[in-house]
Design a protein around this ligand. Sequence first.
Ligand SMILES: Cc1ncc(COP(=O)(O)O)c(C=O)c1O
Length: 283
Amino acid sequence: MSGNNEVRARKAIQNISPYTPGKPIWELQSELGISRIIKLASNENPLGPSPKALEAIMCSLPDIHRYPDSSTTNLRQAIAEKLDMKPQQLIISNGGDELITLVSEAFLEPGDEIIVPAPSFSEYEFGALLMGANVVNVPLGESYTFDIDAIVNAVTERTKLLCICSSNNPTGTYLSQSVLHHLLDVLPKHILVLFDAAYSQYATAADYTNGLEFVRAGYPIVVLQTFSKIYGLAGLRVGYGAAPESIIQQILKVKEPFNVNALAQAAASAALHDTGTYACLYK
Ligand SMILES: Cc1ncc(COP(=O)(O)O)c(C=O)c1O
């Protein structure tokens, strides 16, 4: 017997459609019968993973009968040293996507509001809908720049989260250091800024900020970083959040114990220190 039940899913998820990812290369290959495909949709690293990450994975393989380190101690330590932060200011996640979900789970109540400059990355909306919160979209201004006045005007007593993607997916526009500073100063202190810096390593503008200086200064901000883009590890699913310790402690409460697998932890630690340049696969 199938399709005959009265099981009801949560009301909140009735507004959610399953995520549709960019079409994988193998699917297009089999559909069109062509072999050489350059995929741009998911901003993966076309150079492939770091050889040091591959080596670290090989070294970790014999231990995969063990659960991974649930505290991701070595990786957090490595990132903390690189960023001049404390490991307690970091949480490692199953990709940046999971960080967005964890932040939503930790801070959003039904009826709360999140502000999202639009268009932007779709996962902020997913996190809000999952928790029964409402999304307030603030259209980007001229030339797709952030409309700071409109963002500030959109704040209400129910606003819990402001999601800023800088550089923004899909427009590539960014928020300058001074404008982010201004925004953090004028926002009411109960609002957490989720600052998505997934593409920070590609930004070259002198006034660009990856937001970490504001974490160090203690502002209510969570900076999202990922190993999926410049570090070439999208298939392993590993990213992290950097935030003041008190905010990390709240997010840790909703994290699953073994959210980041052992191979991902080892590869990310190795990739972090690999500053070598590699030949492009598509030459
Ligand atoms: C802006 C932005 N943030 C976060 C992510 C999440 O990346 P991941 O979950 O692979 O770490 C992506 C991936 O496309 C992205 O474009």
